[in-house]
Design a protein around this ligand. Structure first.
Ligand code: ZN
Ligand code: ZN
Length: 305
């Protein structure tokens, strides 16, 4: 099959909209789609300091590559979770990826910072639960302490669709009130955005391959058999029968999101007694899980400005 624009040999067949594209025209299509997402949802403002959360996987590698290509000045932050070989390899990938795009990479190593890696902490919480708390907290506090205006994550359309789907299946309505391509900042919470919101996982993989990005394929050893994977599979089956299903599902959700707003418990946020970051209780869940007596130090001394 041939590219619909130039007649060269097709690199990919897109299902929605249905068309064949050569490698160059696919790259152009993908980058334009990301650019449109940024403009449509006003994700990034002029002069904002941008921090990209990078894991070594394809999504964060692709979003940082495309942002750089679109002319944004970015810095990256990788959290080494301290999960043996898996984390060592992830860190190596983030180093290679930021060298490729010539962007500054910050690395926070959980084991050095907190004395234990994810999976080594004795707590009643499930590993993925306190890992999530830890990552969210560090990304936010790092951005806050080093005066970044926005945190970029690599979530793609499939991630969003399966997140919404699983939260509807479990009627976690309070989570459904505040999902979307942009989570506004508030107080010490830094704004979070998802420029890959409208591209599918398949398109992200094809783009990484097209531009030659090397990325971590292995899944975290603790996430094996995660239920979000089965939600993704179901959505993929539906997408195959009716191309556009995922996009329509997510766009429909954004239109109806206001219906879930009343489900949010309006709780006054206090400041954590240990670290001073926003918290619903006396001590925030991060300081509680890690049993901290003083706040973690995340300010980078040589940061410019
Ligand atoms: Zn072409
Ligand atoms: Zn705290």
């Amino acid at each position: 099959m041939k590219c619909r624009f130039c007649g060269k040999k097709a690199y990919i067949k897109l299902h929605h909209p249905k068309m064949y594209l050569c490698r160059e025209h696919f790259m152009e299509y993908f980058e334009r789609k990301v650019k449109r997402t940024i403009e449509k949802y006003r994700l990034l403002g002029k002069g904002e300091r941008i921090l990209v959360a990078v894991s070594g996987g394809k999504d964060s590698a692709v979003v940082s590559y495309v942002l750089k290509k679109l002319g944004y000045d970015i810095e990256c932050l990788h959290i080494n979770l301290g999960i043996g070989e898996y984390s060592a390899k992830s860190e190596e990938y983030t180093k290679k990826q930021s060298e490729m795009i010539n962007s500054k990479l910050h690395i926070v190593r959980i084991k050095e910072l907190l004395g234990a890696g994810i999976g080594e902490l004795k707590t009643s919480r499930p590993t993925c639960s306190y890992c999530g708390i830890t990552k969210r907290y560090i990304f936010n506090k790092f951005a806050h302490d080093n005066s970044f205006d926005v945190i970029v994550t690599g979530h793609n359309l499939d991630d969003e669709a399966s997140f919404i789907f699983s939260n509807i299946m479990n009627w976690n309505t309070q989570y459904l009130a505040k999902q979307g391509p942009l989570l506004p900042g508030e107080g010490k919470f830094v704004k979070k955005v998802k420029p890959l919101y409208e591209v599918t996982e398949r398109e992200v993989v094809a783009y990484a391959l097209a531009v030659g990005i090397d990325y971590m394929l292995e899944e975290c050893p603790y996430s094996r058999g995660a239920t979000t994977l089965s939600y993704k599979e179901i959505l993929n089956q539906m997408e195959e029968k009716r191309p556009g299903t995922k996009m329509n599902f997510v766009k429909g959700y954004l239109r109806k999101r206001y219906l879930f707003e009343q489900e949010v418990e309006k709780r006054e946020l206090k400041e954590c007694e240990v670290c001073g970051m926003p918290s619903s209780g006396e001590i925030c869940s991060f300081c509680r899980v890690w049993r901290l007596k003083k706040p973690v130090e995340l300010e980078v001394k040589e940061v410019k400005r």
